[in-house]
Design a protein around this ligand. Sequence first.
Ligand code: PBG
Length: 331
Amino acid sequence: MTASYPHTRLRRTRASAWSRTLHRETTLSSADLIWPLFVTSGNGVEEPVASLPGVSRWSVDLIAARAKEAVQLGIPLIALFPNTPADRRSANGAEALDPDNLMCSAIKAIKDACGEEIGVLTDVALDPYTSHGQDGLIDDAGYVINDDTVAVLVDQALNQAEAGADVIAPSDMMDGRIRAIRTALEMASHPNVQIMSYAAKYASAFYGPFRDAVGSGGLLKGDKTTYQMDPANGDEAIREVELDIAEGADSVMVKPGLAYLDIVYRLKQRFNIPVFAYQVSGEYAMIEAAQSVGVGDRDALLMEKLIAFKRAGCSGILTYHAPVAARLLNG
Ligand code: PBG
């Protein structure tokens, strides 16, 4: 019920800066940000990712400095992705299970340097380790085999937890993997390792630059539509999340971000669980491209998009712009 004009003038509360501040419904701070970082082999290596201007891959010896930067900026969690050397990729992605792989080495380096000052999230899926670029084990027809893949993902998750990962984030979209991973973590005495499930992950055209960054783009034949979700579906995302909650997820993720805000909103209205969104590589690249061709201001575009995630109900946002955003937010 609202009085009619002129007794009600919605512009009244917008007329001055103090009043706009007072009436702001949603806030954003560096504590809402999760920073994805790419790890590469070698020593003293910073390798810019061409399709993600401003984003680099870092060798393990340099990765802890990035984590310290995140701590200083008030970013509570970083996410790690390896660019596995070509000669360590194979059909079954066995490199994912090596306790000395790039991922585990990076986790240890960060935990040694920062301890409990920052959380480390690790992606569970085989695509950075397979010679075919798919997220799991494939049969002769190239179909990703669900249950055999889940068995490997469990071992991958345990490998990461042993190295010190705080949050396991399965991004593979296999059925039943949350229960299998949760059970294994409990049995292996990792009761406090969280699971943030990529519960509603869509088969998206926005992942291109990421696949360049982890070196899987050129290897991938076909697409991921037999396991990632159809962008046309919303009800199915509710079912995915319902299952993941029942299987033991601590939080869920929607991915990509901006094109799926209705999904974030529906999940938040329906379930009592933290919902995160991943503003993915293509979204990052589009903001940077807008700035470089002069059709928008990068910082303003970024802030508007990030607040939209919070307004829709997100507890936090994974974004490659996390350090940029944190600097703007911290003044
Ligand atoms: C791997 C994975 C992908 C992303 C995160 N984890 C790519 C994919 O599913 O092909 C994409 C992230 C981004 O685009 O920023 N399973």
